[in-house]
Ligand binder design. Structure first.
Ligand code: AHR
Length: 505
């Protein structure tokens, strides 16, 4: 055993409402996410439109609320018109973002129908890489205008009488990155985003717009990019994006396990810039942070090994790209990133786990074969299912872990939500060496206590993954002793858990 942990939760404390859009996901026309993932005509479970039934079932089980589409880097070279109208007349194009061939067999209509069936709100991105104000406005008119104009009538002729009613729109993607098609300076992008936003709002005043923030916290332009873009767009956009991917550096699992601390600091810095620009411009409306790409991603392998190979090969349709196999360690990190997102619900308005199927995804598939849950599926599913009501941040006294990247961090992190009499506690133990006994002090009696823990399975280690043939990593029941208003349980090393109970109000 290691140092005991004490978590004190004031169940009467106020807190921000849980933004249910925190449980968004992301489906890009990249690798085998859409083609050969969500859609696989000919698969034994595929429906008449070619969408896999087993994948749809798993997406529903995951319990996500939003899906961002169609990119990602892909969107910066995409012509949305290619993906509408009769499928047999759609053009085949080069996708320069991922050195692939895009067949356009899935486009707005097919994907929006699928998202509706999956119970996901569609968050659509416009191309501000190779295209601009006019094309963004055209797509919005096509999608959301009721009828009686060339574009809206084209939509109706293509089989969708009622507007799609898409409310959430991303103004481009990662335009600060030199890898991005149509990469821009902050001033160039800020002006373009502002003018696109202005016209889009004229067409549909009910939309919500997301300006593209930095691609990651380490970008040399981070901070100045946000400040400049917000100076152009404040008053015109509702959210600014944050993208955050984490990976383990060889020999430094402690820093990797503390990724939530890094995300928290990143969010604090972006929130500070939002406040600064809002004050400067006298803007009273809030600007939320849309963490519209977050996950664990082994980017070193992608940049050093896979990317050079992919970008010198031919232009395949739906190649295997960044299909990371997630370990138990990755799942604990994903779970603790969710804890951070919930704790920062004061500023984070939405978030998207990137991505949904096959591409750095909680769901994997084999062509003609099975679909399965990766390790990261579980913390997402268990959190999305119960994080409702308001967020309550507990006081935690725990041992500390020294990390190279973030200094000393608490070995245990936790956040709670309370919805009526339903309490949910989400807790991660980042220590690798020993279990920690936890005392949870609620101050009120709890009934119906249940807990599930995700940790290293018997006969496994922290690198154990779920694969097509065997899925050894799954949550198991965690015993909890109730003693008056205190609950006691033991968190194994490297674990993430969810405790649920009913509490007196
Ligand atoms: O999610 C994979 C890629 O990561 C996205 O296309 C891009 O936006 C980000 O760099």
């Amino acid at each position: 055993m290691t140092s005991p942990t004490r978590i004190v939760l004031d169940t009467t404390a106020a807190g921000p409402d849980v933004p249910r859009r925190l449980f968004g996901t992301f489906a890009e026309h990249m690798g085998r996410c859409v083609y050969d993932g969500i859609s696989e005509p000919g698969h034994p479970t595929a429906d008449a439109d070619g969408f896999r039934g087993d994948v749809l079932d798993l997406v529903r089980e995951l319990g996500a609320t939003v899906v961002r589409y169609p990119g990602g880097n892909f969107v910066s070279g995409y012509r949305w018109e290619d993906g509408v109208g009769p499928r047999d007349q759609r053009p085949v194009r080069l996708d320069a973002a991922w050195h692939s061939t895009e067949t356009n067999q899935v486009g707005l209509h097919e994907f929006a129908d699928w998202a509706e069936r999956a119970g996901l709100e569609l968050m659509e991105a416009v191309n501000l890489g190779t295209r601009g104000v006019a094309e963004a406005a055209d797509l919005l008119e096509y999608a959301n205008h009721p009828g009686g104009t060339a574009l809206s009538d084209q939509r109706r002729a293509n089989g969708r009488d009622e507007p799609f009613g898409i409310r959430l729109w991303c103004l481009g993607n990662e335009m600060d990155g030199p890898w991005q098609i149509g990469h821009k300076t902050a001033d160039e992008y800020g002006r373009l985003a502002a003018e696109s936003a202005r016209l889009m709002r004229f067409i549909d005043p009910d939309i919500e717009l997301v300006a593209a923030g930095s691609s990651n916290h380490e970008m040399p332009t981070f901070g100045e990019w946000e400040r400049t873009v917000l100076r152009h767009t404040a008053g015109l956009v509702d959210h600014i994006s944050v993208h955050a991917y984490y990976e383990e550096t060889p020999g430094d699992p402690a820093s990797f396990l503390a990724s939530g601390v890094g995300l928290d600091r990143y969010l604090t810095e972006v929130a500070g810039i939002i406040d600064e620009v809002r004050a400067e411009h006298g803007i009273d409306t809030p600007i939320g942070i849309s963490v519209d790409e977050w996950n664990v991603w082994n980017q070193t392998r992608w940049n050093e090994v896979d990317k050079p190979r992919v970008f010198t090969g031919d232009w395949p349709v739906a190649p295997r790209l960044i299909e990371d196999d997630y370990t138990v360690t990755d799942a604990v990190v994903a779970g603790s990133l969710l804890i951070t997102l919930l704790r920062r619900a004061d500023r984070v308005s939405m978030a998207n786990l990137a991505q949904l199927v096959n591409v750095i995804a909680p769901i994997r598939t084999e062509p003609g074969g099975p679909a399965w849950r990766q390790t990261t599926f579980f913390p997402f599913q268990l959190t999305a299912a119960r994080a409702t009501g308001r967020v309550v941040v507990p006081q935690i006294t725990a041992g500390t872990i020294d990390t190279a990247r973030y200094g000393a961090v608490d070995a245990v992190d936790a956040v709670a939500t309370i919805d009526g009499d339903e309490l949910s506690l989400f807790v991660a133990h980042r220590g690798l060496d020993a279990a920690t006994p936890v005392e949870l002090d609620l101050g009120v009696p709890a009934t119906g206590v249940e807990a599930l823990v995700l940790t290293i399975p018997e006969d496994g280690d922290r690198h154990t993954v779920n694969g097509a043939d065997a899925q050894p990593v799954a949550p198991v029941s965690l015993p909890v002793d109730a003693d008056g208003t205190s609950l006691r349980f033991t968190l194994p090393p490297l674990s993430w858990a969810r405790l649920t109970a009913r509490i007196a109000r």
